[in-house]
Ligand binder design. Structure first.
Ligand SMILES: [Zn+2]
Length: 144
């Protein structure tokens, strides 16, 4: 499905009501092209990769992910630009999971891990990368 700004606004309203107690003010949206990201958040603005072949479910996942960034920035007021998926981000996600049973996708990047997994032959560095990526991300998220 082709993503459009009106679709995003509609979905934002729904998700705001369902998962964020309508606490979020409508933000700005931009569509962009990226080979490494599904979406991104900058203050007051959610960016969605228009090149991806979205389904309603995958789009909703990334939108809610970006809305959690927005929530951390706007409602909690302490956005960590260096480690945006750190402790506060995880806390909001686990509250959503507890209250509404929805699992917010933890990443808005196109997984390097899954790209590597699909390759037929891997260099030594790429093998090391696969081994290290998971634990490093996990550790960083608890430290910051
Ligand atoms: Zn993110």
């Amino acid at each position: 499905m082709q993503v459009t700004i009106p679709i995003l606004k509609e979905m934002f309203k729904e998700c705001n009501k369902t998962y964020f107690e309508n606490k979020l003010k409508m933000c700005n949206f931009s569509l962009y092209s990226s080979t490494t990201e599904k979406g991104r958040f900058t203050t007051g603005r959610i960016w969605i990769n228009k090149r991806l072949n979205w389904t309603e479910e995958t789009l909703k996942g990334v939108l809610i992910h970006e809305m959690v960034h927005y929530y951390v920035d706007n409602i909690i007021g302490e956005y960590n630009f260096l480690f945006p998926h750190g402790y506060k981000f995880i806390k909001v996600c686990s509250n959503i999971k507890k209250k509404y049973g929805y699992e917010v996708p933890m990443s808005d990047t196109i997984y390097r891990y899954s790209i590597l997994k699909q390759k037929e032959s891997l260099t030594i560095t790429e093998r090391l990368e696969i081994l290290c990526l998971g634990p490093i991300n996990y550790l960083l998220s608890w430290i910051f």
